[in-house]
Write a protein that binds this ligand. Structure first.
Ligand code: CP
Length: 312
């Protein structure tokens, strides 16, 4: 069986399931070093990375670009709407054409679950998943784990943490990646949301589910709110925004019932008033902005680890 590093260097990072505890903690400590010295000696000079974003992104795309630039690599952007994909070219022809220009690796965001793995098989180069459908968003989970290690009083003793992930769990690639990461790290996870937006779990000792946020407020170390898409109302999965807010939003009143050390997290983009009150989102317990900023350091650590062997 290959180690996480061997599989990452040949195929890239497609899901958190490829990683183990020591790999995740190594990325966290490398990210901390990059945060202390954000403009290091370039270690990826000459490496070329194609950025294939088939869905919109602010945090993930720009932080990958900044991370690549800080390490001396070049990241080339692909505008799907201005490409021949818009004329009907297939994804396979598109990525094989881009690969023929000689890029060393790709960073891919796609609405289709499994696309990064498929593309890596087509081009025979590492592909880093920047979010694929409702499947995985592994670098978001790594940025979140780093943020917790840095900001929570437990200082990365993940076995002591009780994490609540709240919202549209079943459609969330962030939730899937976080559940995998917290399982590897030994944290207890409770998934909280409407029953209509909850996945069915097997006999999982670490993960439980609930449709009552109020039952858990006093025991959570991490309150991780997910974005709720308005189309869930059109699909009849949530009766109304008001109903959702009254049961699952982190209001100012609910905030007062959290532990003083609890961290408020959200992957962004945040729609204030929907998942979280705007004063809570901007308050001192919130690390939402820090999660995005830490994405640069975690992606530097990951790019250097995965692509370091490609420097010519
Ligand atoms: N959290 C996240 O993936 O944000 P973007 O869609 O802005 O990249």
């Amino acid at each position: 069986m290959s180690s996480p590093l061997e599989s990452l260097r040949s195929a890239g990072l497609h899901s958190v399931g490829q990683l183990d505890r020591s790999f995740i903690l190594d990325i966290v400590s490398r990210a901390a070093r990059f945060k202390a010295e954000p403009r290091p000696e370039p270690s990826l000079t000459g490496v070329e990375i194609a950025m294939l974003f088939l869905e919109n992104s602010t945090r993930t795309r720009i932080s990958f670009e900044v991370a690549a630039a800080r390490l001396g690599a070049r990241a080339f952007n692909f505008d799907a709407d201005a490409s021949s994909l818009a004329k009907g070219e297939t994804l396979k022809d598109t990525v094989e054409t881009i690969a023929s220009f000689g890029c060393d690796a790709m960073v891919v965001r796609s609405p289709s679950a499994g696309a990064p793995q498929l593309i890596s098989g087509w081009i025979g180069r590492p592909v880093i998943n920047a979010g694929d459908g409702a499947h995985q968003h592994p670098t978001q989970a790594l940025a979140d784990v780093f943020t917790i290690a840095e900001a929570h009083e437990s200082r990365g003793d993940f076995g002591r943490l009780r994490v609540g992930i709240i919202g549209d769990i079943v459609n969330s690639r962030v939730a899937r990646s976080l559940i995998d990461a917290f399982e590897i790290l030994g944290s207890e996870v409770v998934l909280i949301g409407p029953k209509t937006l909850m996945p069915s779990l097997g006999n999982d000792a670490i993960v439980s589910t609930s449709d009552n946020l109020d039952d858990h407020l006093a025991t959570l170390d991490i309150v991780y709110l997910l974005r709720v898409q308005r189309e869930r109302i059109d699909q009849g999965l949530i009766p109304s925004i008001g109903e959702y807010v009254s049961r699952f939003a982190l209001s100012r009143e609910r905030f007062t019932r959290l532990r003083p050390s609890a961290l408020v997290m959200h992957p962004g983009p945040v729609f204030p008033g929907m998942e979280v009150d705007s004063m809570v989102a901007d308050g001192t317990s919130s690390v939402i902005r820090r999660q995005a900023a830490n994405g640069v350091f975690v992606r530097m650590a990951l790019l250097e680890t995965v692509l370091g062997g490609l420097v010519k």
